[in-house]
Design a protein. Structure first.
Length: 312
């Protein structure tokens, strides 16, 4: 895969390099009654959007290519599209600033897919969510001992939030006397914390943990121990695109089932990012329990018993 410069968007096929796509490519465009796959049949691609700085979901690799849990999953969706539809369609990834931009691009029909989106009922009114791919929550990243995470400790403190995020919407309810400082991305907000410009960053636990690990930050901690708010993280497609949503769900279910059966490719895709060997270091038992609960929530998604390899 090729790289893309931060000054402009470089489109990247998940499996083949594509041409450069400038920011204006995501400007408002008329949305027809066609489904994503009907439009894709003409263009040959499904556009996937997402920030490039939300590890372990999506980040830039050593050569500038996107990688992460959501990218590995997108490759599975890409293969599932081909298997289900017998199509030569490909998924093309283009970075955007944050989760709000992801939702806007998909809701407007400018993009057909995004993965790693925190669920909220507000967002669910404008896009369709897949099965959850992870569990996360709203927490505060702060310097150890500076803020303990209690609502009282936030009063009068400068707290960084991302514009249009769940955290930005929740801060006023958590502590009306907190001073919100808005940023375009969570990465920018964490930089402000490093520079002592804010007392803490309120945001998604998975991404905050990923940024802390990626930047090798010391002396910072995630508080409180129990998130202010917990939610699922999933993929989204535009509303009324049931065929595409089914394909996405099958790809997610296939990954989960493969992990439960101990298939090396599935285990590697999960453990490298969110499992015991990944950024979050979630124990295998917890990953398995979550995957199994998701599969059991959809009748018939458990395709068979776990193999002996899965119980190691």
């Amino acid at each position: 895969m090729g790289s893309f410069a931060p000054s402009r968007f470089r489109a990247l096929l998940l499996g083949a390099l594509s041409a450069v796509l400038p920011l204006t490519a995501l400007s408002p465009a008329p949305v027809s009654a066609e489904t994503v796959l009907e439009r894709a049949a003409k263009s040959g691609e499904v556009l996937m959007v997402g920030p490039s700085d939300i590890p372990p979901l999506i980040r830039l690799g050593a050569k500038g290519e996107p990688e992460g849990y959501a990218i590995d999953l997108a490759r599975r969706i890409d293969r599932q599209i081909k298997a289900e539809l017998g199509s030569k369609l490909q998924i093309r990834f283009v970075p955007v600033d944050n989760a709000a931009a992801m939702v806007e691009a998909v809701a407007s029909g400018q993009a057909g897919l995004a993965c790693g989106v925190p669920f909220s009922w507000e967002r669910d009114r404008v896009v369709d969510f897949s099965l959850p791919i992870a569990l996360s929550g709203l927490r505060l990243l702060s310097r150890s001992g500076a803020v303990d995470g209690s609502p009282a400790s936030l009063a009068g403190r400068s707290i960084a939030v991302v514009e249009g995020s769940i955290g930005a919407g929740a801060l006023g309810s958590l502590q009306p006397k907190a001073k919100a400082v808005s940023f375009s991305t969570l990465a920018q907000a964490v930089t402000a914390l490093e520079q002592n410009k804010v007392a803490g960053v309120l945001g998604d636990t998975i991404v905050l943990a990923g940024l802390r690990q990626q930047r090798r930050l010391s002396g910072v901690t995630l508080v409180p121990q129990v998130p202010y708010l917990s939610y699922g993280v999933g993929c989204i497609v535009p509303e009324n695109n049931s065929t595409l949503l089914n394909v996405v769900n099958l790809a997610i279910a296939g990954l989960f089932q493969g992990y439960l059966e101990g298939r090396p490719d599935a285990v590697a895709s999960v453990d490298a990012w969110i499992g015991p060997k990944g950024v979050l270091s979630v124990p295998t038992e917890r990953v398995r329990a979550f995957f199994q609960s998701v599969l059991l929530s959809r009748e018939g998604f458990i395709l068979g018993g776990s193999s002996p390899a899965a119980s190691r």
